[in-house]
Design a protein around this ligand. Structure first.
Ligand code: ACO
Ligand code: LMR
Length: 604
């Protein structure tokens, strides 16, 4: 991999560090990236499913996942892990990501990971050919393509240091602060950087100077390189070897900071854990000298570094090896931004014509479109285009439950309300409020319990026993008037449809074995219409490829009862209109139909 990142690179951000993520997205917006550079966030303790961020003046949602495995499964294209876990968990998070696989780069920000663990982690990453940036780093940047978190600082600093578009220098430092400083110096004295990495300040970091320089040697965008080393360690000698052996041929400018160390007693450790010379060869002076000896451009002092950069850059420019840069267009991140109060992911009314999950209403509404209510529901409830057999099933359900006569609980209540002089909407809502676990609202419960029994391979007898212990009647079983002798023909119709059009009906097959047992006890304990709908919807979703978690979520959120609510609203409205048409007077229940058993209240 010659380039660390491209304009398509996406990351999974471990820890919901909103400020750092917003900085990445502001950068993306500025450089006019098409996709956000953060595809997913791992928030192990968060309860939400997404986090909102600004994208220019607008807002976007980034999905949250509980763990890296889920995030990677949902966003397999994201091949960078930005590990912002604390030093206590950063090792585990990295090791887990390495075992999940599919990451090219892992950046670790935490400082102070125990050195033994850091070495182990880096060794495994090397084995798997994964570039580790850090620990103890602000990360890396491919200007104009992808920027990790806070590297480069504020957006104003990024623009003034020309980090918003690619230049020609490959920059490698240990320190993040000096990385920013040098980016600015390079922008002033040359044309900016093509790729830059702050490898991190810990003694044992994943990718070391040589790893990054060898990659930059292969990256055609990089024309020369700048290495900012430090007192301590011997990594610079590997670079010297690579220059000597001809593995690196591009010009390198290098400086080791910490030449002041000689004025202190030996063993002084500077800012970074690794910044301490344990031998003469590890001093900044020795390393600077050795680098100069193999032809690396080493300035007289840090103050002279800008001149060296200008010298090397101008030389390459004169030789025609570096061309002129056409400054790209950028977006400006607005200073004042407003959070949106509501989110809508199903429909959009901002254009000439409103859309349902992307489809203009006119493309669904009229008969010539070939679309029906099942298609509209699949778009607005599930944001998916279901196949015909599934939309036909949805419509069959709605038509099947539209009404069951005036005597059923909900219709009765709607009628009484209409007769009390209430409006259509009030009377309808009264009917709807009657829908519950005994009447019409057992669909979710049926799906939940039968699915549980089937998932856990309970025999019908075990299932009945389980429900007895739960202390609830089995949702979807039993009917006031329907029985084996007086079968519910709606149920027969739904089963016939499923047998003919469903790819498979495993949950229905299981439910029928339960029904055999319940009807052997009492003949009205049939699989009722609620039960049949709930169970067949699970079979439908499984056949459509939904995961078990997604199906469980539908059940938990009450999606299944919603089919009854939609269907039965048609019937309730019919009954209310019937009352109005007939101009029926207020209803009073006959007193002889009430058992009055009122005793004088006892005095306390
Ligand atoms: N699971 C287990 N046992 C049941 C069930 C059930 N779902 N339903 C009734 N029973 C048993 C009762 O425990 C009772 O037993 P017992 O005689 O030993 O005491 C016996 O059957 C009769 O119980 P009732 O409540 O009198 O039955 P009824 O026929 O009046 O009730 C009802 C019908 C309310 C639908 C009931 O079967 C039930 O609660 N079912 C579960 C909820 C459900 O599926 N509702 C949707 C119905 S379809 C629709 O509304 C569109
Ligand atoms: C219905 O569809 O409303 C019924 O199955 C309930 C009933 O009591 O008939």
């Amino acid at each position: 991999m010659a380039q660390l990142f491209t304009k398509d690179t996406q990351a999974i951000f471990w820890n919901n560090n909103t400020t750092a993520i917003q900085r990445m997205l502001d950068y993306d917006y500025t450089i006019q990236r098409k996709t956000p550079s953060v595809a997913a966030i791992v928030a192990p303790t968060g309860g939400s499913k997404f986090e909102k961020f600004f994208w220019g003046a607008d807002e976007i949602m980034i999905p949250l996942y509980k763990n890296t495995e889920e995030a990677k499964a949902a966003q397999p294209q994201a091949d960078v892990l930005l590990n912002f876990a604390s030093f206590r968990t950063a090792y585990d998070v990295t090791m887990e990501a390495l075992s999940i696989g599919g990451f090219n780069t892992i950046m670790i920000t935490a400082e102070g990971i125990p050195e033994r663990l850091a070495r182990k982690m880096n060794a495994v990453a090397k084995e798997k050919n994964v570039t580790v940036i850090g620990p103890a780093t602000v990360g890396a940047i491919a200007p104009g393509a992808f920027k990790i978190a806070n590297i480069g600082g504020t957006i104003e600093n990024i623009i003034s240091s020309k980090l918003h578009r690619a230049g020609s220098c490959g920059l490698v430092t240990r320190s993040g602060g000096l990385f920013n400083e040098l980016s600015n110096i390079i922008a002033i004295n040359a044309d900016g950087i093509a790729e830059g990495v702050a490898i991190g300040g810990d003694r044992f970091v994943g990718s070391v100077f040589i790893d990054n320089l060898l990659r930059m040697q292969e990256n055609p965008e990089v024309k020369y390189m700048l290495l900012l080393g430090e007192v301590g360690g011997t990594e610079e000698y590997k670079v010297i070897e690579a220059v000597k052996s001809g593995k690196i041929t591009k010009p390198i400018i290098a400086w080791c900071i910490g030449t002041i160390a000689k004025y202190y007693d030996s063993g002084v450790q500077f800012g970074h854990a690794g910044a301490s010379a344990n031998a003469e060869a590890e001093t900044a002076e020795a390393k600077n000298k050795a680098m100069a000896e193999v032809g690396i451009f080493v300035p007289e002092s840090f103050n002279d570094l800008p001149n060296k950069i200008a010298e090397v850059y101008n030389d390459l420019k004169t030789k025609g090896m570096i061309g002129d840069i056409v400054e790209p267009q950028t977006n400006t991140v607005p200073k004042v931004r407003k959070n949106k109060q509501f989110i809508c992911t199903i429909s959009d009314d901002r254009g000439d014509e409103a859309t349902y999950a992307g489809f203009p209403i006119s493309s669904l509404a009229t008969p010539d479109t070939g679309k029906g209510i099942g298609d509209v529901i699949s778009l607005l409830w599930f944001k998916k285009q279901y196949p015909k057999w599934a939309t036909d099933f949805i419509e069959t359900v709605i038509k099947t439950v539209a009404d069951h006569g005036p005597a059923v609980s909900g219709a009765h209540n709607a009628k009484v309300t209409a007769r009390a002089g209430k409006s259509v909407v009030e009377a309808l809502v009264t009917g709807l409020l009657t829908i519950g676990p005994r009447f019409g609202g057992a669909i979710d419960g049926a799906a939940k319990y039968f699915k549980y029994a089937d998932d856990n391979k309970l025999t019908p007898a075990e299932f009945l026993n389980y429900m007895k212990n739960e202390g609830v009647p089995i949702p979807g079983i039993g009917h006031r008037i329907k029985s084996l002798k007086n079968p519910d023909l709606r149920v027969e119709g739904l089963k016939r449809f499923a047998n003919e059009y469903f790819p498979a009906t495993p949950l229905l097959d299981y439910a029928l074995t339960v029904e055999q047992l319940t009807t052997s006890k009492k003949e009205n304990l049939i699989l009722n219409v609620d039960g049949t709908i709930g169970i067949l919807m699970v079979d439908m979703w499984r056949a459509l490829g939904y995961s078990e978690e997604e199906i469980n979520e539908f059940i938990e959120s009450g999606t299944l009862n919603a089919f009854f609510i939609v269907g039965r609203s048609i019937g309730f409205i019919g009954h209310v209109l019937d009352e109005k048409r007939l101009a029926m007077p207020m209803y009073r229940h006959p007193m002889d139909d009430i058992l009055y058993d009122v005793k004088m209240a006892e005095k306390i």
